[in-house]
Design a protein around this ligand. Structure first.
Ligand SMILES: [Zn+2]
Length: 161
């Protein structure tokens, strides 16, 4: 980002609250790009056979992870998780449990993770092209998920012991 979205003047670096920020060069405008993290929901979707990990079309080959998605305005995180589950995997939510909140600094996101017991048949949407259903006891060896919420949830199942 090079120009102010409010007044189109050039953006400059300024130190505010102890951090470098991109700010409008026109002090009368006063725009500051705070770059606050974006909230995201992550879903550990459980079927009768195990946890569903999916491969997004745009991701590198062989990378599978839990489903994630952005919230719509006016939507609770739990409803977003249930909606994403239906949209991306075609599954219905039968029981929903909150896992935790995680800072995903690399992507500038805050991840709110849910464990959802599901029903129905998996039907991938157009963003996904492949999936695996992994049993709990296999999942902890599945390093490619790269997802902290899976690790946290598995810890509670005590599969590491
Ligand atoms: Zn401006």
């Amino acid at each position: 980002m090079k120009y102010c979205p409010k007044c189109s003047a050039a953006l400059v670096h300024k130190r505010i609250d102890g951090r470098e920020r991109l700010c409008c060069s026109d002090t009368a405008c006063g725009y500051v790009f705070w770059n606050n993290p974006v909230p995201v929901v992550a879903i550990v979707a459980e079927t009768a056979d195990g946890i569903v990990l999916a491969h997004p079309k745009l991701a590198p080959a062989g990378i599978f992870s839990v489903i994630t998605g952005f919230l719509e305005s006016g939507e609770t995180p739990e409803h977003a998780a249930i909606r994403e589950l239906k949209e991306e995997l075609g599954l219905d939510a039968e029981a929903v449990a909150f896992i935790g909140v995680y800072a995903f600094e690399k992507a500038n996101q805050v991840v709110m993770a849910y464990h959802i017991k599901t029903s129905g048949d998996i039907k991938l949407n157009e963003e996904l092209d492949e999936y695996r259903v992994v049993a709990h006891e296999q999942l902890y060896r599945w390093t490619e998920t790269g997802k902290f919420e899976v690790g946290e949830w598995l810890k509670r199942l005590n599969v590491f012991e």
